[in-house]
Design a protein around this ligand. Structure first.
Ligand SMILES: Nc1nc2c(c(=O)[nH]1)N[C@H]1C(S)=C(S)[C@@H](COP(=O)(O)O)O[C@H]1N2
Ligand SMILES: [Mo]
Length: 206
């Protein structure tokens, strides 16, 4: 991630009002898709891939790639916001919503109020379950209609676009339900525990 100047000011330009209202404070729009990874990019074959939902010492559900692909698929077009100040508008993703994952294991209610997403390579990030339900979070497997590139988290990444993008764990393998909140990788290294871009919750204490 890295240091970023804080610019809370926001200049209004005629004709771009709509886009500007879509960009949280201190962010600027980029057309690129920057890559931000704390470690090396794993090359994961879908034949070796598996997703697990975990509660305590138990696995509530596991999916091979083919099983995961057979789950109901949802496509979204969303804006994403990295804490390093870039935002990218109208990104298109396809995957399985968290609601549909819970349904697939026969749950109408989440078993605990928090999750930790565990990713290949050890990266973790914590999210309240409420921020994943109601279509707010998904495990994405396609970007722009194509398989997600390894560097961007392929074959599957968490997507929680209404929070800073560090919450969207790449190469996600396991979602662990937690009775109490715990901090993930960046959350225990000075970044905000929740990370609402509209409230500029970049660092702990913001
Ligand atoms: N596994 C893993 N997921 C991760 C990261 C990481 O280092 N490892 N970086 C996070 C950060 S800080 C950001 S901004 C986004 C970047 O996603 P991108 O590289 O696809 O732009 O991924 C997030 N998910
Ligand atoms: Mo980030």
């Amino acid at each position: 991630m890295g240091e970023t100047p804080k610019s809370r000011g926001f200049k209004s330009k005629r004709g771009q009002q709509n886009d500007e209202n879509r960009v949280p404070p201190g962010q600027h729009v980029t057309a690129d898709f920057p890559i931000l990874s704390a470690g090396p990019t794993p090359q994961i074959k879908v034949a070796d891939w598996k997703l697990a939902l975990q509660l305590g010492g138990r696995l509530l559900g596991t999916w091979s790639w083919d099983e995961f692909e057979a789950l109901p698929q949802t496509t979204v077009k969303v804006d994403i916001h990295c804490v390093t100040t870039w935002s990218k508008l109208d990104t298109k993703w396809q995957g399985v919503t968290f609601d549909d994952l819970l349904k697939a294991i026969g749950l109408s209610e989440p078993p605990e109020p928090y999750v930790m997403a565990h990713c290949d390579g050890g990266y973790t990030t914590n999210v309240p379950v409420a921020d994943l339900l109601g279509g707010k979070g998904m495990i994405a497997t396609r970007f722009d209609g194509l398989p997600i590139a390894s560097a961007h988290g392929g074959p599957a990444r968490l997507l929680v676009p209404h929070l800073y993008f560090w919450k969207s764990g790449k190469w996600v393998r396991r979602i662990r339900f937690m009775p109490q909140d715990e901090r993930g990788f960046w959350e225990s290294r000075g970044y905000h525990n929740y990370g609402d871009p509209w409230k500029e919750q970049r660092y702990d204490g913001d």
